[in-house]
Design a protein around this ligand. Structure first.
Ligand SMILES: Nc1nc2c(c(=O)[nH]1)N[C@H]1C(S)=C(S)[C@@H](COP(=O)(O)O)O[C@H]1N2
Ligand SMILES: [Mo]
Length: 323
């Protein structure tokens, strides 16, 4: 019997109260409210809807149970986040994933856990998600192509999930794979643009780092297919291609796993691929980034702004090399 993920998610999101996540509509209203308060002097007339929404807004933004991670960042709109994508399985131009989103079927999703651990097996999505507390974290997201966004992800620390499978002492790395059905490939998988399935990996300490996230939603709603439904990785200090989408397999390994982009162009896309403005891509600079939906470029930050939290993981490594 197939499980409907949307049913599963609606059960799951019922556990989240309204105050736990950023509702995009309220977020926009709040900004409008702030703008209008600045524009109007004290005692000036406020339109009724502004007054009516203020109580809900203050509850939404002061009482929600969410981490403060990224509270200072302004997230992009859902339209931007769900329209401008890289998801080669669903096509190669930026809007193709949205166009072809319905080709990805997420009903009855399972994740195989394999390799160096005590609890290998095939788990349903429900098995994977139960026991976890969902939280919203607003992260910077920096693609290796030198564009960036800010996204309010919903999910939990990957480490909390991995621990449940009892990785053993040989587990030095974690490998991830995206859905690939040879007999029924997704539109973008009919050509061998990459050696399918899309594969990614992390060193164990990177995978267990509390900032590394297993993501199931954006703006408090289930992930759009084009953003990697029903389950994806987000590693905010690494270039976007490390954040593999629509995961069906997780394997604990003793040796560094092969990763799709390194296989396809090893001199351009390394295993580590930490965001680093001081090391150019062979074909372009990484100093600055184009902010999606804006005319401006901004400076790229070391480790995408997460250096305080993650730099210690790379002590002794030569950060001038392109990893
Ligand atoms: N399976 C899979 N995962 C993927 C990709 C892909 O093509 N296939 N693209 C990567 C790249 S290059 C980026 S920048 C991000 C984009 O995530 P977004 O579309 O949610 O912004 O997904 C990453 N994960
Ligand atoms: Mo990317």
């Amino acid at each position: 019997m197939k499980k409907d993920n949307h049913l599963l998610f609606s059960k799951m999101s019922m556990k989240l109260t309204e105050n736990d996540v950023t509702d995009e509509r309220l977020f926009k209203q709040r900004r409008r409210f702030i703008k209008s308060s600045m524009a109007l002097s004290l005692g000036a007339y406020f339109p009724q809807w502004v007054i009516a929404s203020t109580a809900a807004l203050s509850a939404q933004f002061t009482n929600r149970k969410k981490t403060s991670i990224g509270a200072d960042l302004k997230p992009h709109s859902m339209e931007d986040i769900a329209r401008y994508n890289n998801f080669y399985e669903l096509g190669y131009d930026k809007e193709a994933p949205q166009r072809n989103a319905s080709a990805l079927k997420t009903d009855g999703w399972t994740v195989e856990i394999a390799g160096e651990c005590g609890k290998p097996g095939v788990y349903t999505l429900e098995d994977i998600l139960k026991f976890h507390t969902f939280e919203e974290r607003i992260y910077r997201f920096r693609c290796v192509e030198a564009w960036s966004m800010v996204v309010p992800w919903l999910g939990f620390s990957l480490g909390d999930l991995l621990k449940r499978f009892e990785p053993n002492s040989k587990a030095k790395y974690v490998a991830f794979e995206t859905i690939y059905d040879r007999k029924n490939p997704l539109p973008g998988q009919r050509r061998k643009i990459l050696d399918w399935p899309y594969r990614e990996g992390l060193r164990m300490d990177e995978a267990m780092h509390p900032l590394t996230m297993m993501v199931t939603g954006i703006y408090g709603k289930p992930l759009p297919n084009q953003n990697g439904a029903p389950l994806r990785l987000v590693v905010p200090w690494k270039y976007g291609f490390k954040s593999i989408k629509s995961i069906v397999r997780i394997r604990f390994t003793e040796t560094q796993p092969e990763t799709s982009w390194s296989l396809s162009a090893p001199s351009e896309y390394g295993f580590y691929s930490n965001v680093n403005p001081n090391v150019s891509h062979p074909r372009w600079s990484q100093r600055r980034e184009r902010v999606i939906g804006s005319l401006f470029k901004q400076k790229t930050l070391m480790f995408n702004g997460y250096a305080d939290a993650v730099a210690h993981l790379y002590q002794g490594m030569d950060l001038k090399k392109y990893y």
